[in-house]
Ligand binder design. Structure first.
Ligand SMILES: Nc1nc2c(ncn2[C@@H]2O[C@H](COP(=O)(O)OP(=O)(O)OP(=O)(O)O)[C@@H](O)[C@H]2O)c(=O)[nH]1
Length: 361
């Protein structure tokens, strides 16, 4: 039975990966076409793009976007739970085992699943629940409570603030920085970007594209230069312009903990020394489609740097959204933002209640 479910699940995952690759290729092609079309007055076109996207957001509300973004995860978790509850009319041990299997195969992680099922058993017993609908409600409450935490909001006040964005290549760091810059700019804040990932020219170029698209300035050096020097210059520029928020990209190389610590450590020291008064966030970006790997990456980064929050990207492209529970319960670092699509507005502040509501309603 377990093998059958795993087989099914990995087949599903393959389809999901194919879908993501296809949609990413399409978006990339679309972006290339857009870049090519921009002719003499790129700023105007960029402005139009931003305005268009603004209008679209006001039409489609954010919760709807969240719901759409989590639809694959909903299929992978909630719909399967509902199917099981239809079959098992009696609340018994077999039902708990079925539920356990669903949660484990949804990348919630073994430890977290055990905690959930144990709590569910206790509540079902103490509340004398005999109906499947009651079990569903309890499960939703337990998951919501697990997702809730103390301080989850991104801290950028008082200004000046600096956000260091860390994470391995390809997880969505650059996109996250672009989306964040857009969000802050719309809130009326002045934003500056620093291209601290100097190991690849493409990383610098991509960040610059985002800076232009959003309409914020960027401090960059050439490929291969010292990331510490970029961050130093960016801090000086932020100070002289009195920028509200400086967002720094960093190199995402993860050979081992020691190298990671020394690479990040240098940048952190500069921030410590040169921007002592700034409100600081260190955001780790992880890719939800990598499931349990995201949890492993987060563990390594947490040991190497003082991470203040996690950004979980690409939730829309995966049925593995349950990983947010594993991250929450195994890492003790708040998930502050989630990515539910490629559009500017698809980076949302994580809200446990809304997240659970989007999954269960
Ligand atoms: N569907 C979806 N795609 C996303 C999301 N966030 C980022 N992406 C896509 O993921 C891909 C990689 O994102 P980047 O921002 O380039 O990743 P990075 O971590 O900066 O990677 P490097 O530039 O290679 O270091 C891009 O195609 C993004 O559009 C998200 O929330 N949903």
């Amino acid at each position: 039975m377990i093998k059958k479910i795993f087989d099914k699940f990995s087949r599903k995952d393959k389809e999901v990966v194919e879908e993501v690759v296809q949609s990413e290729t399409e978006v990339l092609e679309e972006e290339i076409t857009k870049e090519e079309v921009i002719e003499p007055a790129p700023e105007e076109v960029i402005q139009e793009e931003v305005v268009e996207e603004k209008e679209e957001t006001s039409k489609v509300n954010l919760f709807q976007r969240l719901k759409e973004g989590l639809s694959k995860t909903k299929k992978g978790i909630t719909d399967r739970i509902d199917n099981v509850l239809k079959v098992y009319v009696k609340v018994d041990e077999e039902l708990f085992e079925e539920l356990e299997e669903i949660l484990i195969t949804s990348d919630i992680g073994v430890n977290t699943t055990m905690k959930i099922i144990e709590e569910l058993r206790d509540r079902v017993k103490s509340k004398k629940i005999t109906e499947g609908s009651g079990v569903r409600e309890e499960l939703k409450d337990i998951i919501t409570e697990m997702l809730e935490g103390e301080e989850e909001k991104l801290k950028v006040d008082p200004s000046p603030a600096i956000i260091l964005v860390v994470g391995v290549n390809g997880v969505g760091k650059t996109t996250t920085i672009g989306k964040l810059a857009n969000k802050f700019k719309k809130e009326g804040k002045s934003v500056l970007l620093a291209a601290g990932d100097t190991f690849r020219a493409a990383a610098i170029d991509q960040l610059e594209i985002w800076a232009n698209r959003v309409g914020v300035d960027i401090v960059k050096h050439s490929e291969g230069s010292d990331p510490g020097a970029v961050v130093y210059d960016a801090i000086k520029a932020a100070q002289s312009r009195k920028a509200d928020i400086l967002i720094c990209d960093t190199a995402g190389r993860l050979h081992n903990k020691k190298n990671l610590m020394s690479e990040l450590g240098k940048v952190f020291k500069i921030v410590e020394k040169e921007y002592e008064n700034a409100t600081r966030e260190v955001l780790l970006v992880v890719d939800a489609t990598t499931g349990q790997n995201a949890v492993q990456q987060a563990k390594v980064f947490k040991e190497a740097a003082n991470i203040t929050g996690i950004v979980l990207t690409k939730l829309d492209g995966t049925a593995k959204g349950g990983v947010v529970l594993a991250v929450k319960s195994e890492l003790d670092v708040p998930v502050k933002l989630i990515g539910v699509g490629e559009k500017m507005e698809d980076l949302q502040e994580f809200n446990a209640k809304e997240f659970a509501k989007a999954l269960f309603e």
